[in-house]
Design a protein around this ligand. Structure first.
Ligand SMILES: CC(C)(COP(=O)(O)OP(=O)(O)OC[C@H]1O[C@@H](n2cnc3c(N)ncnc32)[C@H](O)[C@@H]1OP(=O)(O)O)[C@@H](O)C(=O)NCCC(=O)NCCS
Length: 194
């Protein structure tokens, strides 16, 4: 089309466009020391299952290789701003194509981005993708009792609290309950379109 702008190289890779962030496939250039550090950092991983066994470049590359062509684990890099600042990952994991269920996982690894709405934006993009494009039926997420940010994020993603697995995780010296959340396709789409 005459006058149409040709998108810059990073825009050609955008898969899901938000306002302040976009999501694209995780790529080899994302496998940096910053990313490695996110998964080794006790504070960043206070509310998730990482930073228990040391993360290594090898494990990071193995994870990338295992997921890049997977149809049961779909991983997106969260990219901030107009440039190419990789600030975290968000994924649909263990997709069950019979029951059409998947687990939601998110890590905003760059702590400067915590509390700025990146989680809500990335989460809504991924859930809309899960329901509208993949035709999944339910997406769920479990989080530690002390992960208030994730519990608030689950509520903002229209997830309902479904139950508690008592003392199911051991983290930083104590047993923690795992709080389970889930949202059905019809619930998410009704809330988002209302
Ligand atoms: C949990 C996480 C994804 C939230 O992402 P985020 O971009 O910081 O969150 P947002 O800014 O989109 O905010 C989401 C909600 O959490 C709240 N929130 C964010 N940080 C918070 C904090 N430190 N304490 C309490 N609430 C917090 C926000 O206020 C918002 O709720 P509200 O709209 O009802 O006020 C992010 O903190 C993270 O990646 N943590 C480390 C990894 C992790 O714990 N992942 C989840 C494992 S199950």
């Amino acid at each position: 089309m005459a006058g149409a702008r040709i998108p810059g190289p990073h825009m050609r890779r955008v898969f899901l466009q938000g306002k302040r962030i976009h999501l694209r496939a995780l790529e080899p250039q994302d496998l940096t020391d910053r990313y490695l550090q996110w998964l080794n950092d006790e504070t960043t991983c206070m509310g998730n299952g990482h930073a228990i066994f040391p993360n290594t470049r090898r494990k990071m590359h193995d994870y990338f290789k295992a997921t890049r062509h997977s149809r049961s684990d779909i991983v997106f890099a969260i990219i901030a701003g107009r440039g190419e600042r990789h600030i975290g990952n968000v994924s649909l994991q263990e997709i069950d194509w019979v029951s059409r269920n998947a687990a939601f996982a998110i890590l905003v690894g760059d702590r400067k981005w915590w509390g700025k709405g990146a989680g809500i934006e990335a989460g809504k993009l991924v859930l809309a993708y899960a329901f509208d494009r993949l035709n999944l039926h339910r997406v769920h997420c479990g989080t530690f009792e002390n992960n208030i940010a994730m519990q608030k994020l689950a509520a903002r993603l229209h997830m309902k609290k479904e139950g508690v697995r008592r003392e199911a995780a051991f983290k930083m010296g104590k047993y923690l309950d795992i709080v389970e959340y889930g949202v059905l396709n019809k619930e998410f789409l009704a809330r988002e379109n209302s």
